[in-house]
Design a protein around this ligand. Sequence first.
Ligand code: F0G
Length: 457
Amino acid sequence: MQHNQAEPYKIKVVEPISMITKEERIKAIKEAGYNTFLLKSKDVYIDLLTDSGTNAMSDNQWAGLMLGDEAYAGSENFNHLENAVRDVFGFQYVVPTHQGRGAENLLSRILIKKGDYIPGNMYFTTTRTHQELNGGIFTDVIVDEAHDPRIEIPFKGNVDLNKFEKLINEVGADRIPYICVAVTVNMAGGQPVSMKNLREVKALAQHHEINVIFDATRCVENAFFIKEQEEGYQNIPIIDILREMMSYADGCTMSGKKDCLVNIGGFLAMNDKDLYIKATQYVVIYEGLHTYGGLAGRDLEAMARGIYESINEDYISHRISQVRYLGQKLIDNDIPVVKPIGGHAVFLDAREFLSHLLQDLFPAQTLAAQLYIESGVRSMERGIVSAGRDKNGSNRHPKLELVRLTIPRRVYTNAHMDVVAESCIALHRNRKLIKGLRFLYEPSVLRFFTARFEPVE
Ligand code: F0G
């Protein structure tokens, strides 16, 4: 029997949820154009759309909100955030932003010139879009295994050093301003990167004078996998693992809405003073003054406190164990999922789940809509719709066609996970009856957010 790790907290405030009827759900998803992003939250029973900004804050964080110093400039809460980032991540300079993509925008504008190449361990939607908007060319350098949901190896988010080196030889290091290393890799299924790989990436990049920038969005979850699975780290505190990880980067972008345990916030951090000075010039245009970056003082305080809570050993261990609890239940019932189970979500393999549907009929989008109809569980497409179109206008066809069941931090119990698993199992039983979708409306950028679909008969 699976050992069930109990929550390392008790519940002080509750938010009621309830399920509307199946007829109402069918109507709601139709009105939402079969896009779970367009559903009303009140029509959702268990919301696994994302782990972004959906965290439950602690009593200590809520208390911190009352200590917001809402001065326009030089807020005390900024100092707290800066100290937390220096202490836990080891970066000297911090520029707050309203969320992760705000930091990506600043970084891309500062570092990328037209025609530059940006290698990365698989793309993330907003990250790649900012790179491309600034004339950059994203190049995937993740290990091949990451594109196959069935291959079960540890550290499936690793950078393939041969691919990275090949790109350097082909285009020249002077056309690669930085390599973007995501820890963990969201689109690959929340897969971590090993410390050894981070060390090697840094050595190769440094040799060619290429910056290493982490997408640190889920870095604490990555640190947990290193502690658990990489030789020599079992007895090292999470905070020290995190510090070592960050020592192999020149800077990072951070969406605080994930591992920093807040509902809004992010930052760009770095060690280079020139880069920092440029960032302070851009942040005032796009976000706000360099000491608040589009956030209220109270938000900065909640993030500073969240950073310390996120490295608590009991917290992070329970976090990963809850994601695995759901994943294991699905595996035990022969539901196709990405293996191994990653840090923030369980990913259904829609390509296999709906193997009778061609990718151009949007199997993952279809499955997400059907799961909502089945049980009011909201999930997210991470496949052909998210991948968008290439420069020539044709659909990108990613190997991974996934539905993400993303677990918010400290929000649901394992009883909720049981409901989710049972509805996936029920749907799987009747999968052959499910038909695909086609576009009714397709936005030109980041289309998955607001696209509308209709069923194909
Ligand atoms: N990087 C990664 C790896 C992310 O997962 C996200 C957001 C971002 C950057 C951008 O951060 O949302 O604060 O602007 N991921 C969310 C998700 C949207 O649902 O996976 P943001």
